[in-house]
Design a protein. Structure first.
Ligand code: FNR
Length: 180
């Protein structure tokens, strides 16, 4: 029997009706039984990054994030783009990881989605730079930029675009293989 692959899934949007969160949930729905996804939704609970607060004793929410990531076999990030960059809450979380080694060689899939024709490409590129800095293994085949996301999800957040579904399955496969 193959081992269960544990993935932490993070949406970079705090918005209740977020297309990226809907996309993340849709991806989880497409995942094979061999992959167990745990959603990390604590971005909004993290304090603003401050090196003065960065100690072995805390903050508790930071230790929780690091422990979750350390215990995971891989990471899935789905993010919007704000002001041509990574959403502040997501960048803040990554800043809390810089002094730790929890992302070292950790396989990750990185997806950006936007209603615009560019799909959040600048946030995607910027995110890759930060993940590279903390030695994340962003897997070959695990990078996807999704334009016009508003036309590819229905009201319930389910994927309505067959091509996108195939692309997401390919990303899942790449992540699965990297974590096996
Ligand atoms: C945006 N949006 C946006 N989109 C983009 O592709 N590049 C950008 O720089 C920005 N900037 C931006 C700033 C602000 C203040 C808002 C409110 C929005 C649009 C954004 O992609 C869109 O709202 C997405 O739907 C947000 O993602 P979620 O929340 O649906 O996942």
């Amino acid at each position: 029997m193959s081992k269960t692959i544990n993935i932490i899934a993070i949406s970079g949007s705090l918005r209740q009706k977020s297309s990226n969160t809907a996309l993340m949930n849709a991806i989880i729905g497409l995942a094979p039984d061999s992959m167990k996804y745990t959603i990390y939704n604590g971005l909004g609970d993290l304090p603003h990054f401050n090196p003065d607060l960065d100690t072995d004793e805390g903050p508790e929410s930071v230790l929780y994030l690091r422990n979750q990531l350390e215990a995971a076999d891989g990471v899935l990030i789905c993010t919007p783009e704000y002001g041509n960059g990574v959403p502040g809450v997501l960048k803040n979380a990554l800043d809390w990881l810089v002094s730790s080694t929890v992302m070292m060689n950790k396989p990750a899939a990185v997806i950006s989605a936007s209603p615009t024709p560019m799909g959040g490409d600048k946030a995607h590129a910027s995110l890759l730079l930060t993940l590279n800095m903390i030695n994340t293994n962003v897997v070959e085949g695990g990078k996807l930029i999704i334009p016009h996301i508003n036309l590819k999800l229905n009201q319930e957040g389910a994927i309505t675009n067959a091509e996108l579904e195939q692309e997401l399955k390919a990303v899942l496969k790449a992540l699965e293989e990297a974590c096996s």
